[in-house]
Design a protein around this ligand. Structure first.
Ligand SMILES: Nc1ncnc2c1ncn2[C@@H]1O[C@H](COP(=O)(O)OP(=O)(O)OP(=O)(O)O)[C@@H](O)[C@H]1O
Ligand SMILES: [Mg+2]
Length: 300
């Protein structure tokens, strides 16, 4: 069976020249349909860079990305927009909700931009909010909800049009352990329904929910293994031992990851409607919420 995602020898170099940063260093990876993958690694290891590539939000410096067997670098901007809009649901750490809109309106907004009829988008938004257990919070604004509830609104927004692929970058990074587990249960359900779920996380407990764990360090994959009921300790051990179930493209790092990494949590990003990158061409509407740190990249 052809892979959903096939990456070969991908490199991403920011600021080529003297101060260049090699954020991805010859990464090769394939992910099949309906996999549930966690990508873990220290801060700065290249996780978000990889996610931006997977989500067609940025382009690699070199290497190949085949999505459904098509070389992404050969697609037109319109075709890439279609992929982002129809194939991928994005979930970010900072929720990226619009503060003066209700939960319902936040979920509905991308559907408006995509030209979905009022009747259909009301149905889709309500159904998505019901799915994440927020049927009683539809008229609440983000400031009237807990962090976990806000992230569930963001998930409802991502899944309203049932994209086959869910890409989540630190979806539980700003949440307590109870809310984190709720979010993971939702992601597990989405996987059980047949979607491909790719979640980026620092947290080994969160990674333990996935069926496959990829560890990235200094822009290279250092281990890639099936997760058959591993505990967080097993995962740390797995990373130390450089599991070989899937091909790895780097020698094992001798340094074990810390189990309880403390991470400086960025303040919650409060976007406005202007933060939506909206391109309307004749037949094509491209809407994606700019993720603060990538904004400059995408504007190039
Ligand atoms: N736009 C950019 N310009 C220059 N360097 C960048 C840019 N974005 C990321 N980097 C650098 O690339 C490397 C990988 O960054 P990336 O954001 O992918 O890490 P990460 O694993 O997601 O980290 P974190 O866990 O802190 O989110 C880092 O060294 C980072 O400083
Ligand atoms: Mg990141």
């Amino acid at each position: 069976m052809a892979s959903l995602i096939e990456i070969r020898n991908m490199c991403k170099i920011y600021n080529p020249g003297e101060n260049e940063v090699r954020a991805l260093d010859h990464v090769s990876l394939s992910i099949g349909e309906n996999e549930f993958v966690a990508i873990i690694g220290h801060s700065g290891s290249g996780k978000s860079t990889l996610m931006n590539m997977l989500g067609c939000l940025d382009v690699p410096t070199s290497g190949i990305y085949l999505l459904h067997g098509s070389d992404v670098s050969l697609l037109t901007d319109d075709e890439l927009s279609d992929i982002r809009n129809q194939e991928i649901g994005f979930i970010f750490q900072g929720f990226n909700l619009i503060s003066n809109l209700t939960a319902f309106e936040n979920v509905e907004l991308p559907l408006i931009y995509r030209g979905v009829s009022k009747r259909e988008r009301t149905h889709l938004a309500k159904e998505a909010l019901r799915k994440v257990g927020l049927e009683n919070r539809m008229t609440h604004k983000p400031s009237e909800m807990s962090g976990g509830q806000q992230q569930r609104v963001a998930i409802a927004r991502a899944i309203a049009q049932a994209p086959p692929v869910i890409l989540a970058d630190e979806p539980t990074g700003n949440l307590d352990s109870h809310s984190s587990q709720e979010i993971m249960n939702i992601l597990k359900t989405l996987h059980a329904e047949g979607r491909t779920v790719i979640v980026i996380t620092h947290d080994n407990d969160i990674a333990a929910n996935a069926k496959r764990i990829i560890h990235i360090e200094d822009g290279r994959i250092t281990s890639d293994s099936a997760n058959e009921g591993l505990s967080r300790e097993d995962i740390a051990e797995e990373i130390r031992g450089n599991s070989t179930m899937y091909e790895s493209n780097k020698e094992s790092s001798s340094e074990a990851p810390e189990l309880n990494q403390t991470e400086e949590i960025e303040p919650t990003y409060e976007p406005s409607a202007d933060d939506y990158d909206l391109e309307i061409n004749d037949n094509n509407i491209d809407l994606h919420l700019m993720n603060g740190e990538n904004q400059n990249e995408q504007e190039e």
